[in-house]
Design a protein around this ligand. Structure first.
Ligand code: PHE
Length: 353
């Protein structure tokens, strides 16, 4: 092989390796320049036909060129890898200085209380101003607290008023997700007896669960606030007055409350407690099923059987109780046509309250 031939082969390989734009093209160029079918390999095979001195000299030059080209391929490979890595990092980069364009400066990143939380606090404040204390109880209850102590022995037909979620815990159907906040009444009465702290004037807000299909007025996971007064000489007039006072204090003087006879196993007499539908102001609409009234909850005088269950002397003490939906209050207070909006977690919705 002549020197100019080798020089040309070398130059061509240097150009191809040095300018390969990607790793894949570099590998192809390296295989063309250094592989078994490369001109360099061919030149090597032809060494045998040279006489010994020329063979030695040509072999040395071939080895030099091969080493140079291998080093060049290696260097180019490192350059390309570094460039590819830099491009990758650049693509992954997070701009932590980014300013969210529609953030109002004083709200930026501060989040927002859910309207149910806001309403729960407002309701608590209303009742605290009327002389009630705020108490809480567990969301998981035994059958006895959720039903038995509330005058519903096993298989009592009134249990069907609540579509119940049972937990797979202990005896079958012995543990429930509470279907109402009324079991907290039982906890409070037990506590008051144990600590000698009767009378009781308390409200008990919290989450409740029912195996219901959500619709415009119902959620399967919802909130109630329970009220319990246990004192001497408490009458139904005190109950009616408390509900009326609360309704006007919370909803405004143009919203009225009415009580309709009803049945609850734990109160006698019992009533359903309704307020003027705030969406149509009584004219009738989809949300109130055209009645002009929205049911908020139930109430009544504590049934002596409940006092017996906890061991309070029903000759000495009387009481009234009520329980109603906090979500329903949110709906009425803010005229939300469909309650399911409360669980959709859309910040644009929550921000309005
Ligand atoms: N716990 C009843 C319910 O969820 C409401 C209620 C509470 C009724 C207190 C009477 C007294 O339906």
């Amino acid at each position: 092989m002549t020197t100019p031939d080798l020089a040309a082969i070398r130059q061509e390989a240097v150009d191809a390796l040095g300018s390969a734009p990607t790793g894949a093209e570099l590998r192809a160029a390296a295989s063309a320049a250094l592989g078994k079918r490369s001109p360099l390999a061919e030149a090597h095979r032809q060494l045998g036909s040279l006489d010994p001195d020329a063979r030695k000299e040509a072999g040395r030059r071939l080895a030099e060129v091969r080493a140079e080209l291998e080093a060049l391929a290696e260097r180019r490979g490192q350059e390309l890898a570094a460039a590819e890595r830099a491009a990758e990092l650049d693509a992954d980069r997070l701009d932590l200085t980014e300013v969210i364009p529609d953030a109002v400066p004083d709200r930026m990143g501060r989040g927002h209380h859910h309207p149910v939380s806001v309403t729960r606090r407002a309701l608590e404040d209303t009742f605290v101003a009327m002389g009630f204390v705020v108490a809480e109880g567990p969301e998981i209850e035994t059958d006895w607290y959720n039903f038995g102590a509330l005058n519903m022995p096993p298989a009592h037909p009134a249990r069907g008023m609540w579509d119940t979620f049972y937990l797979d815990l202990g005896e079958p159907e012995s543990t429930v997700l509470r279907t109402h906040t009324s079991p907290v009444q039982i906890h409070l009465m037990e506590q008051a007896l144990a600590t000698g702290s009767l009378p009781i004037h308390a409200v008990m807000p919290g989450r409740c669960y029912r195996r219901d299909t959500p619709d415009a007025r119902h959620l399967a996971v919802f909130h109630q606030i329970e009220g319990l007064v246990v004192d001497r000489s408490v009458t139904f007039a005190d109950l009616a007055g408390t509900i009326e006072t609360f309704t006007t204090a919370y909803f405004g003087s143009d919203i009225h409350a009415r009580l309709r006879p009803a049945y609850f196993p734990f109160t006698e007499p019992s009533a359903e407690f309704e307020i003027t539908c705030t969406l149509c102001r009584g004219a009738g609409c989809r949300t109130c099923s055209q009645t002009g009234w929205i049911e908020l909850g139930g109430c009544g005088m504590v049934d002596p059987a409940v006092f017996d269950a906890v061991g309070i002397d029903s000759e000495e003490w009387q009481g009234f109780a009520f329980g109603f939906g906090i979500d329903r209050c949110v709906q009425m207070r803010h005229q939300i046509a469909d309650m399911r909006l409360l669980t959709e977690n859309d910040i644009r919705f929550a921000r309005q309250f």
